[in-house]
Ligand binder design. Sequence first.
Ligand code: ADP
Ligand code: MG
Length: 609
Amino acid sequence: MERAVGIDLGTTYSLVATAGKGAARVLRDANGDGRFPSAAFFGRNGKDALGWDALHRAEHEDGDLLLSIKRFMGRGAHAARQDPGLRSFRLAAGDDRMVRFHVEGDRTVTPIELSARYLAALKARAEQDLGGPVTGAVITVPAYFDDAQRQATKDAGKLAGLNVLRLLAEPTAAAVAYGLDRPEHDNGRYVVFDLGGGTFDVSVLAFERGVFQVLATSGDTALGGDDFDLVLARMLLRDAGWDDPAGLPRVLLNQARAAAKAAKERFSTEERVEIVFAPEGGRPVRRTMTRQEFHVLVDPVLRRCRAPCEAAMRDAGLTGADLGGVILVGGSTRMPVVRAFVREFFGREPLLDANPDEVVAVGAALQADLLSGGDRDMLLLDVTPLSLGVETMGGVVDKIIPRNTSIPARARTTFTTYADGQTGMDFHVVQGEREKVEDCKSLARFKLSGIPPMAAGIGRVEVTYALDADGLLTVTARETTTGRTASVEVKPSYGLTDAEVEQMLVDSMDFAEQDMESRLLIEGRVEAQRIIDATRKALREDGAMLSAAERRSVEDVTAQLEVAKNARDRHEITRLIDALDHATAEFARRRMGASIQSALKDHSIREFT
Ligand code: ADP
Ligand code: MG
């Protein structure tokens, strides 16, 4: 029997679930725990460990504990270097396309390989539980994951021997688990508030005519339960006599982190918690803390949730009153202080009947069941996190698919040839919000050749951008008279950091005005060059139609435009373009007349009537 499963490949924990006949269940380990820590440990004795085993060994044995590697999926070493926090990675040098970590035993591993190991472990769990092979899987990804990150996730699935039926946005999966994909919820608007271990994502979804759309996403890729642990761990280390955690042994840091995390989780159900931390070589710590004291301690972390919530609601153009519900996702939403924040911010009680740790896996399983059964035709839509565009003349970006467009998506634009007899056209596919190519991320370049030679402006090339349901992009260029095509599947260039994605969004807002100005200048220059070229060509071919004085006046304005084109005043360029238009109007009329005459010469008048 073949079964499809849903997998929540989480930053901190991963889960696998199956569904059949509408009911979904999370598959558990021998201890009844559905969560599989997304953790790997590489010890001195050469044996590796995954999941709970990895976490336990890291508290007793020196070695490399790799955590939260999801934040490095599809990223270069650059991103890893910037990652904040108390981490125990050792970066392997010199790979800026795909990050690699050094681990014990003189080896290196990539985030894709590690993810593949977690996926393989979950696959094995499912096969054991179901008593048969699992081949298909729906794997969830954050809604804002870009092309490289999605591709990396898919690659990990393949490496684990899974047939990845679909990558599904985590908030969409949560909404599916809540059954919000039913006709009675048509026109609903929902917020999915997902505070996990290392990341915070807030998404606004709409459900319309059987289709989910992600209206807006925001978040903080460096905010999660780990940050709550960290403030508490720092306090414990200070109490034990270490003011500065830098340079402390890894085992000690892991112990402090584990103690802090356990205490934090107890505060979700207990009003006061006795924290014991007795590390070797330090003062033993034993203190009772109230929930109130804990809340004061973590308040600076909690506050960081506000701005992303505001951004998502603003992007979606909604207020709390427009919402049909707020869904809590992620283990950290079990914290009462987080729930209180959600209640206060959105002005309503969050939906609470599903388990926040499991809701994403459950939604993925329901979707996997649909896709493998194929009996219901439901389309789940996501949005693209950054605009996709093409470079045009002068290094300006023409946005083909704007940010936050629902996917799958397809959009087309037409280019004309810009030189006489041009037989090839180069395309540069870019991603980002800025107006100029140099400020965006380059995704791919390709060339369409074999365009039949024609006069400038006559050859037409249609460029189509197709984003599939997994968010992967194919760009095709097609010359319309011959039907010649060239296309490129955008191969991810593993390396756009989350910080870069955010920076690109921020920049596009800060620089919008300045960008517009430089865009207009560039466009003016391109237009000026086009007119100068056309005028010179006309003078060469038909200069004899002008008197010496007329010719001088045209040449004069052309020269002035040439000078203005190289300066920065776009208004002056526009003025001179108009002036040249004016100066050449009579010339153009005469040339037109001449060409009609010569056309008429060889044809009878009847052909034209
Ligand atoms: P992921 O980041 O993989 O999406 P989860 O959504 O499972 O992870 O969230 C993991 C985080 O949830 C961890 O920081 C964990 O400490 C926290 N967490 C789990 N249970 C509780 C709890 N009862 N109270 C507070 N935090 C919790
Ligand atoms: Mg999660």
